[in-house]
Each structure stands twice: as structure tokens, then as C-alpha cells.
Design a protein around this ligand. Sequence first.
Ligand code: SF4
Ligand code: SF4
Length: 451
Amino acid sequence: MRLKPKNWLPYRYRRYYTFAILTLISITLPFIIINDAHFLLLSFDYFQFHLFFVKFDMQELYLIPILLMLLFVGVFFMTALGGRVWCGWMCPQTIFRIIYRDLIETKILGIRKRIKNKQQEPEGQYIKKTLAVLIWTFLSALATSNILWYFIPPEDFFRQIMNPGEHYILFGVFLSTIAFLVYDIVKLKEDFCIYVCPYARIQSVMYDNETVQTVYDPIRGGEVYRDGIKINHTKSELLASNKDADCTLCDACVKVCPTHIDIKKGTMQLECINCLECSDACPESLITWTNTAALKEKRKPNYLRPRILLYGVVLIGLTISLFIVGSQKEFMLLNINRTTQLYKVKENGVVNNAYTFLFQNTDSKDHHYYFRVLNHEKIEIVRPLKPFLLKADKKIRKIVVLRTKELLVNDNTKDTPLPIIIEAYAIDDKEKIKIYRNTTFIFPRFDKLKK
Ligand code: SF4
Ligand code: SF4
């Protein structure tokens, strides 16, 4: 029998600590506001995306592709390194199931006798079971609110949810998410991980020989299954095939398994969520977090292999790109549209071009804005004549008229579009808030000027 090291903290407690930290972070983050921005928020009300306490307008969603790449490469990295470590250690489904089954059903209400036996579904006890569902419904409402705070900030969420008549879509989403969570956690249970979750289906293609998984040691324990078929049913059969076999066939590892599998069958079982409860339960320490190759060669898993290093480099590159692109955020936006009339010819050959400028203040402060034509001294601004105030997070549409009194082009055959560059800026912070837009000034045919 191989004992666990002294001061060994069972995986179960390590997971509980991880869950507590993740829960605390996910509940606290939406309430932290810096510079009027949240850590992570996708707001459809304000058409805004907040990341690392910087606000981005929906027109600035160039960060999303980088974020998606980070997500996908992160999933590849995590799975190649630690198998379904997400499932056992971070997934809300697992956390919710532990709260419901191990905390509410077992510890608080005593419906289940022992955390170490997850196979036996309790009979009867309908009052306690109803109470468990009610407690979970309340917690589901909290969890749903927490999810929604990443789409509707808490400062708006509580006001809106108290007025279901005015915010019926939010209220509908709120109620249906609670209903789903109750059905999922009370009825569907780990079947969600096995049959519904798409990650469970695809994760095995991301594994390699060094991926860390929950592994039963058949060398020390004895071969209980061969090619998925149980070959030794009793301790004496097992000892007959391997006189040093340590496995007692007590099946403590099977009883504790939330997905109802027998890890002695091997590592290629889709259902295993890497929770390592079986490792904690095994009195002979025959189940460890390693891989089959490392187990056979009696060594540690190789974490620093080329594939992992490559993922690591890509992840670092993407993170740096995210910060670089994020730091180039524009604190104002400007869309320029031309009006339907190309130009107007006035007395003495004066030519006017009209535009619609849509200014948007994406900064958290109010600013006065104005603009100039950068590359044509002979084109001047007729309207608006003065800078204007635009409050934080607001948009304003301005009719802009540009004029020239000069003969810019002498062409008798066609109108000439002249490329111009508009420099728009906040007059109170021109260094930081300044953008450039290209557009055209249409200069008429020469004969039209004479008319
Ligand atoms: S075999 Fe079961 S108990 Fe063991 S890690 Fe996998 S899911 Fe958890
Ligand atoms: S808990 Fe350990 S000793 Fe018991 S059956 Fe499982 S592997 Fe064998």
C-alpha cells in the first residue's frame, strides 16, 4: 500500500477552494467600476463592450476576433495540458452540481447519506427533496443574476428586474434561465456533461500522449479490465493474475464517481471529468493525476513539450496584441456621409459641398469638438462655425458645409472628386483625442461654374 504524502490535501478540498475563489471573483467583478467602465461587459442597451475597465463602442469591436482566438487557443492549451481540467475544476455545471448534491442534499438536508457514495439515488424524503429544489431555485436566481450582470450592469439590472412590465425580455430571460438551471442541476445532472456539452465531444482530439488525466495504475493495482471487459471480478482472481496486485476491488472509486464510471477501465472514457474524487477515495492510492506513458515509465508527465510551448507562445502573442490594440482605442468616433446633392454652385463661382458628420464621444468626460480640412487650404468650413459640446457617451449629428472660392480644377468634361482629409479633435484634449477621416470634395465641371 502506498500512502499519500504527509500533509496531503485531498483534491476535493483543493477543488472547493478553487470553486470558492472563482465564485467570489465572478460575483465581485461586475460591481467594480473604474473610469465608469467594468472589467467585462457586453451591453446591448448601450451598444458597448467593456474590457479591463476600458469602454469600447460597438463600432470598435475589432477586439472581439482577438478575444475569440484567445478563447480557442486557451481551450486547446488547457485541454492538451490537463485534459478535462476545466470540467472538474472550473465549469459552473460541476460547481452547481457540487453545491446541490454534496452541500444541499448531503450536508445540509441529509437526503444522501455520504458524499463518498454518489451512485445511490435517495428514495422517498419528498419534503426534504422539495426543500432542496426550493433552495436551489433561490441559488439559481442568484447565479442567473450573476451571469446577466456581464450583459446588464448591476446598477441597471436591479432597477430593470423590479419593473418586469417595462423590461419583459430581461424578465423572460431571467425566468427561463432559472428554470433551465433547476432542470439541469436537479434532473439532467451529469448527463449534461456526458450527452449535451459539446466540449465533452471534442476534447479527446486535443489530447496527446502526455496529456494529464485521471489514471488508474494497473501495474500496482492489477489488471481489472482488458479492452474494456472486466477480467477479474474478485480479489482472488486478481491475485491469481498478479500476486502483488494492490487493488482491493472495494469499488470506492466507482461509488464516488459523479459520472458513474469505473476508472479502472482505462483513460479513454468520455465521461471522466477529471474531478479526481476517485483518487481521493482510493485507500491504496492507485489513482493519480498523470498519464499512461509517465505511469509506465515511472516519471512525471512532460509538461514542457513543443505543442504546449507553441500554444503558450501564441497565447502570450495574442495577449500582447490585445493590450496593444486595446490601448489604441479612439476616444471619439466620426462617421462622414455625403448628402444626396453633390455640390451647390453659388455666385462668383463659389462651390459648397454638404455632409452629415456623426460625432460620438466615447470618452467618460464631456468634450468640445471641432475639425479642419487637413490637406486643402483653399477649402474652408462654412458650417458649423464654432466648436460644439458633446457629453460623455453621447452622439450628435451635424450638417457640415465646406466651401471653396478658388478654381480648384479646370476641367470642361467632368466633375472632379478631390480627396480630402478631415482631422476631428476635442479642443480641450487635442493630444489624446484626435482622429482622421477620408472623404471627397466634389468640384464641378468648368461650364457649370459659369452658370
Ligand atoms: S473517474 Fe469519475 S471520479 Fe474519477 S476523475 Fe473521472 S469523473 Fe471523477
Ligand atoms: S478504490 Fe482503489 S482499491 Fe478500491 S477498487 Fe478502486 S482502485 Fe481498487
